[in-house]
Design a protein around this ligand. Structure first.
Ligand code: BJW
Ligand code: ZN
Length: 227
């Protein structure tokens, strides 16, 4: 299963490209503020943006889509969840070993030594935060435009896509690569491809089934069907 921002929409997490509008921070489209270049040129601004985002996330709880997905990990002989989301809501719903392709907004990473720290445990008064191990500057541990995905996470996701026989793609516009390539890899391996999304995406035509609607409604219905 590959998920995107739409799976958290019913929890109150804004999508990136929702309702024809694009997320904007102080006049900057998110492609600008959430980019590798911005970490280099204005790290404090990047922190302000992610502090704001974490403030929103702190009020959000998993919805029936996250909960159904968490149940499915024990329902199939083998089940892999890869998410583009950085909100931690899959884990909060009980999903284990989530492949977080784009990192996690609740973690910081040291620019100098690569050490990671949980932001839930770190006071928010120093920006950028200082690494306890080496004193280096820290950044949000998320994957911004122009940055590589975490290598081991990506390799696991690509390997599992290549030997998957049923692939659900839920709540993603399927335009951001390399994550958007995973369903095509699964299809190439012979997987039956199911998309759950209220809107069509560039992936829709390649799907064997498209279920148009909200993930928080459709996934629990499928759960009942298969009960
Ligand atoms: C519902 C719903 C409900 C609503 N139920 N559904 C090949 C071709 C072209 C470009 C590239 C390429 N390969 C790489 C690139 C460049 C770039 C890219 O893909 N650009 C494209 C946009 C063109 N990719 C990268 O830069 C990646 N890195 C990389 O490739 O490294 C190699 C490299 C290195 C150096 C130079 C060049 C390349 C990294 C991408 C990282 C993306 N990061 C972000 C931001 C994270 C931090 C932050 O949060 O600020 O991740 S971008 C943003 O988009 C975020 C998301 O994870 C990602 C995907 O968005 P998602 O989840 O699909 O959300 P939306 O909003 O787009 O869609 C929501 C969907 O939900 C919609 O379809 C709704 O209809 C639906 N929905 N309600 C179900 N209730
Ligand atoms: Zn460090």
């Amino acid at each position: 299963m590959l998920t995107g921002a739409g799976v958290s929409a019913e929890s109150g997490v804004p999508t990136f490209r929702g309702g024809g509008r694009t997320a904007v921070w102080k006049g900057m489209p998110f492609e600008v503020i959430s980019s590798a270049g911005m970490v280099r040129s204005n790290l404090p601004e990047v922190w302000e943006w992610f502090d704001y985002r974490r403030g929103v996330l702190s009020t959000c709880r998993p919805n029936p889509a996250h909960e159904t997905i968490a149940r499915w990990q024990d329902r199939f002989d083998s089940f892999t969840l890869a998410t583009q989301n950085i909100d931690g809501l899959h884990a909060a719903a009980g999903s284990r070993e989530v492949l977080e392709l784009h990192g996690n907004a609740w973690r910081a990473r040291c620019l100098k030594c690569g050490g990671r720290e949980e932001l839930r445990e770190k006071p928010s008064d120093v920006r950028p935060p200082v690494c306890v191990a080496c004193g280096g500057q820290m950044r949000p541990d998320v994957v911004l435009f122009g940055e590589m995905l975490p290598e081991r996470v990506w390799i696991s996701a690509a390997e599992r896509a290549a030997r998957c026989d049923l692939c659900f793609v839920v709540g993603t516009s399927a335009i951001v690569y390399p994550a958007a390539g995973l369903p095509y890899a699964a299809a190439e391996a012979g997987a039956f491809l199911v998309e759950i999304n209220p809107e069509p995406t560039p992936l829709s035509e390649a799907c064997d089934a498209t279920l148009r609607g909200a993930a928080g409604e459709i996934l629990p219905l499928l759960d009942e069907e298969g009960a």
